[in-house]
Design a protein around this ligand. Structure first.
Ligand code: PEP
Length: 248
């Protein structure tokens, strides 16, 4: 099944989140895709229990299970709140909250420990791309996050290739660029964790996708789905993407 993930970032009140949900829940397409919503934490409780056919996720997670970490929310707490997923190291967390690949490794391990699915975000920025360092950056992001986690993946892992230059820019990567980057990522994970890891790994593309561009990405065999920001905020545009994806 294709995966369609909605990252709402710091948008939507509880009422707006509930309106979106009412427009989406009950759609037959939900049975043909793994659909996950990453609302702001404030809306999680309101969506829980009404999100039939949809998975819920958090946009970040603390690396420890509990403790004196003001402002953080742990993986067990997220599970308690109804989450099955969490984004890890989204580029906006890397940029505004100083997250790095080592923190990502701890967060991924903590999510697996609590039985949640990490959606680990990687991708080069414009300067790295211009300097021809894009591949090296991706390799480092994957290697560091998997370092110390053992030879096997500790659970299911979703990796989203989200080139920083594409996020929120209105200009997505091309499907070929996304396919090449995700092939490199898959090789890296399998090289590090062995062939059995392949069955537990899903690969997404994210960065300025829209109903118009979704099909091109889904035609790449390596791409399992999309992580969508802006185009996920409006329920109609999200449903249009879902429609494209289940028919691609
Ligand atoms: C994102 O923030 O994960 C994202 C993909 O955003 P957008 O679709 O708006 O580029």
């Amino acid at each position: 099944m294709p995966i369609l993930a909605a990252n709402w970032k710091m948008y939507k009140t509880i009422t707006e989140a509930e309106e979106w949900l009412r427009a989406v829940v009950g759609r037959p397409e939900l049975k043909r895709a793994e659909v996950v919503v990453f609302p702001p934490l404030t809306a999680l409780h309101a969506l829980r229990g009404r999100s039939r056919g949809l998975g819920l996720g958090a946009q970040d997670v603390g690396w420890a299970a509990e403790g004196a970490f003001t402002g953080m929310v742990s993986a067990p707490q997220l599970r308690d709140a109804g989450c099955g997923y969490a984004l890890v190291a989204h580029s906006e967390r890397r940029r505004y909250a100083g997250e790095d690949d080592r923190m990502a490794a701890r967060k991924i391990a903590s999510l697996w420990q609590a039985g949640l699915i990490p959606v680990y975000c990687v991708g080069e920025d414009a300067a790295e791309r211009a300097a021809g360092q894009g591949e090296a950056r991706l390799r480092a992001q994957v290697d560091t996050a998997l370092d110390g986690l053992g030879d096997e993946l500790g659970g299911r892992l979703v990796i989203a290739y989200e080139p920083v230059w594409a996020i929120g820019s209105g200009t997505p990567a091309t499907p070929d660029q996304a396919g090449e980057a995700l092939s490199l990522i898959r090789e890296r994970v399998e090289g590090r964790c062995g062939g059995a890891a392949a069955a537990r790994l899903s690969l997404l593309y994210g960065g300025s996708t829209s109903p118009a561009s979704a099909r091109g990405f889904m035609e790449q065999p390596i791409i399992d789905g999309l992580l969508v920001g802006s185009a996920s905020l409006d329920a109609n545009s999200f449903l249009a993407m879902l429609e494209v994806m289940v028919h691609a």
